[in-house]
Design a protein around this ligand. Structure first.
Ligand SMILES: Nc1ncnc2c1ncn2[C@@H]1O[C@H](COP(=O)(O)OP(=O)(O)OP(=O)(O)O)[C@@H](O)[C@H]1O
Ligand SMILES: [Mg+2]
Length: 706
């Protein structure tokens, strides 16, 4: 396949200029093939090409040429908020063409009316699903959809919403689906009514291997797919291979199956980094930045500080965004040499390294405690695909660590020589399927049973399964008062409309409704536990030791009885742990104590409080739509306290933007208790918060009052 020169592209000169000042003179083979197949003429396409093969640029060319030729709006959806930020930053370039770029995420109970003035909108799949349910007028103008990381359709949790978005997007406009790892791409392309660009072309060739311990303890041998091999020496396989790469001026991404392993492996590697030439001055600067970051706990900052001085860091979802940004940035600038991460990092974040070490080819199964299973080939490809930095490495290397030579053959067969799994529907569960039905009825106008079943036929669910679920869904949604019949149309009831706008899983809504209807008002823990114990609730791991004591700490009645089923019980206790975390949080226990007491990271605490902020808000609205005043009042108060984690007396102060739990408590303890009192004591506020910040807070207080 030829590589099209940017100059010869049939697009506006300004587009060419933007590509060239990004250093892109020519399109690479997959990009060229996409253009030949109509990327610039609004053709729907499914692109399946390896990680780092420039799929984002295809999306940009597709969106921008569509918008310049036809107008309308384009939406770019990704499965993760982190990716949304990254894409949004990349797309800002197109504002030079007068296109307006926006990013939206989080809050679901809004139709984001302000987006009507934008042309390119970056969002998560959930957010787009939620916006469609609000039937915002501007959405009708959206006729170009980029579905990024489309293989997420196979993810048990997120798959349903990816499929539900695809089913609607292909009826509403042009679809451009992107992924590095889809096995059955012909079938998926047909389903999307799109042409397919499927290629193995990579910017940097990849050498895949398996590493095993030879009979002599300290020797480790790598057998590559191309038949070559290599020996490395060291304390353990991961250290040996990592040091071998770093000593040849490479960088390494090590993947471990759990955070604990990731952190312990990072420490272990760091003990040998003194053998390697490092840029200590720059590392010191990065380590200093880590120390100053605001949104993280001190012990994680401490441990990262020491690791970074040796050129190593760990990375997982438990870290705060601030810390992850610093680590990713320093790795991109090739200052940090080794990152030990959990597989979440592999998902699409553009962070290549010369070598990738896959430390665990198994992972713990979340559903069955203690049971490990092989990871999907798809996940292996996402991780190994990170190897090879364009412009720095003539090739990338990935190795899977196995315990013995006997495993080499099997792993080579299962991963190096296999195709990725086919995409399959994950709508085959009541909770996912009923949510899907509700989203169609709430987002499409004038839905009859006929239209609805055509949407269901249009999913990738096997037909008989779809039929079975379809029957059940209609009667379940009717008997639980989500939908009703009006003439030939299926319509949302008042309760159904509210639940759909809140973006609540219908089972979450029923759990909350049943509990609130049959109980008198309860204690704070009971409300937190109820909300956490729903399909939308946050999950935290509960250690064996915690399991034995957590129920004893309970000093009030819960809304939900203790379940008998073992698996249900572990969810029940996980929700109770969330409830205790939330109670401490709103009682203003300081963050470090909470992180230490419950064994979580600052990123986890943020994720839990964000989710509980949404769920207390939703619970409050469920209580109000059911006319349960007592519960409504309590949930409203809880909601106001959850966002910043404050006692009731601080609620007036945290209404002022820029005032969180620490500043509010500081002002309050100097008897400044309301925004009005801030305005009456500007000098005192400046003295307490410092002149610059004080000044800003006084201004914000004035705004909060008007
Ligand atoms: N034609 C090109 N020439 C040079 N560099 C390019 C070209 N196209 C894209 N790139 C660069 O390659 C890098 C990886 O691109 P991108 O993030 O789009 O990969 P991807 O295919 O989306 O990978 P993933 O599957 O991980 O999401 C980016 O930094 C991008 O700027
Ligand atoms: Mg990508």
């Amino acid at each position: 396949m030829g590589c099209i020169n940017v100059d010869s592209l049939p697009v506006d000169q300004r587009i060419k200029d933007i590509l060239k000042n990004r250093g892109i003179q020519r399109l690479n083979p997959p990009q060229s093939e996409a253009v030949e197949k109509g990327l610039l003429e609004d053709k729907p396409l499914l692109i399946v090409s390896p990680t780092a093969s420039g799929k984002t640029l295809m999306a940009e060319l597709g969106m921008v040429s569509h918008l310049l030729n036809k107008g309308g709006k384009a939406v770019y959806v990704t499965p993760l908020r982190a990716l949304t930020n990254e894409k949004y930053a990349t797309f800002k370039d197109w504002e030079q063409l007068g296109l307006k770029v926006a990013m939206t995420s989080g809050d679901y109970d809004t139709d984001d009316y302000w987006l009507k003035d934008y042309d390119i909108i970056v969002a998560t799949y959930e957010k787009l699903d939620s916006l469609w349910r609000h039937n915002s007028s501007w959405l009708k103008e959206v006729d170009y959809f980029v579905l990024d990381e489309f293989h997420y359709m196979n993810d048990t949790e997120r798959g349903p919403v990816v499929e539900s978005v695809a089913v609607r997007a292909k009826r509403r406009g042009i679809v451009l689906a992107l992924s590095a790892t889809i096995g059955n791409y012909d079938k998926v392309a047909k389903w999307l009514k799109a042409d397919v660009v499927a290629t193995n072309w990579r910017p940097v060739p990849l050498k895949e291997g398996v590493l095993y311990t030879s009979n002599k303890k300290k020797d480790f041998i790598v057998l590559y797919k191309d038949g070559s091999s290599k020996k490395v020496y060291g304390e353990c396989p991961i250290v040996a291979y990592t040091l071998d790469t770093v000593s040849r001026d490479g960088q390494v991404l090590v993947f471990r199956s759990s955070r604990k392993y990731a952190e312990s492996t990072a420490v272990k590697i760091s003990q040998y980094m003194s053998l390697v030439k490092l840029d200590n001055k720059k590392l010191h600067e990065v380590a200093q930045k880590v120390k100053e970051v605001e949104d993280a706990g001190s012990n994680e900052k401490e441990s990262l500080y020491n690791l970074i001085l040796k050129g190593v860091a760990y990375h997982h979802a438990g870290l705060s965004k601030g810390l992850r940004d610093i680590i990713e940035g320093a790795f991109r600038e090739r200052i940090i040499k080794v990152i030990v991460a959990t597989p979440t990092l592999a998902a699409g974040v553009n962070l290549p390294a010369r070598a990738v070490v896959i430390g665990d080819i198994h992972r713990f199964n979340r559903k069955v405690i203690g049971f490990t299973e092989y990871i999907p080939v798809m996940e292996y490809k996402q991780m190994s695909g990170r190897a090879g930095r364009p412009g720095f490495d003539e090739y990338g290397e990935s190795v899977v660590i196995v315990r013995s030579k006997s495993e080499v053959e099997k792993i080579t067969q299962k991963y190096l020589n296999s195709d990725v799994e086919p995409l399959e529907s994950k709508l085959g569960s009541e909770s996912a399927f009923y949510s899907f039905i509700l989203s169609i009825i709430s987002s499409e106008q004038g839905v009859t049973e006929k239209t609805l079943s055509s949407y269901v036929q249009d999913t990738l669910l096997p037909k008989e399964l779809a039929k079975k679920y379809y029957k059940q869904a209609i009667s379940w949604l009717m008997s639980n008062d989500f939908i009703g019949q009006k003439d030939d149309y299926l319509v949302l009831t008042r309760f159904g409309r509210r639940i759909s706008d809140l973006y609540l899983n219908p089972f979450t809504a029923v759990t909350i409704k049943d509990a609130l209807l049959k109980s008198e008002k309860g204690c704070e823990i009971a409300y937190f536990h109820l909300l956490a114990y729903t399909p939308d609730g946050p999950l935290v791991s509960v250690s064996k030791a915690e399991e034995d004591v957590i129920l004893d700490e309970l000093d009030c009645e819960l809304f939900i009885e203790e379940p008998y089923d073992e698996f249900e019980l572990s969810n029940y206790l996980s929700s109770l742990k969330v409830a205790f975390i939330m109670r401490d949080w709103i009682e203003e226990v300081d963050e470090d104590t909470i992180l230490g007491r419950y064994g979580i990271g600052s990123g986890d605490l943020r994720a839990i409080t964000d989710t509980m902020d949404w769920l207390t808000y939703s619970g409050y609205h469920v209580a109000s739509v059911l006319g349960l005043e007592e519960h409504e009042k309590i949930l409203e108060k809880l909601h106001l306290r959850v966002k910043d984690g404050v006692k009731e007396e601080l609620i007036p102060l945290i209404r002022v933007s820029g005032i969180g739990r620490v500043r509010a408590r500081l002002l309050y303890s100097h008897s400044i208790k309301t925004p009005e009192e801030i305005l009456m004591n500007p000098e005192k506020v400046k003295q307490l918060l410092g002149p610059k910040l004080g000044e800003k807070i006084v201004r914000e207080a004035a705004r909060a009052i008007t």
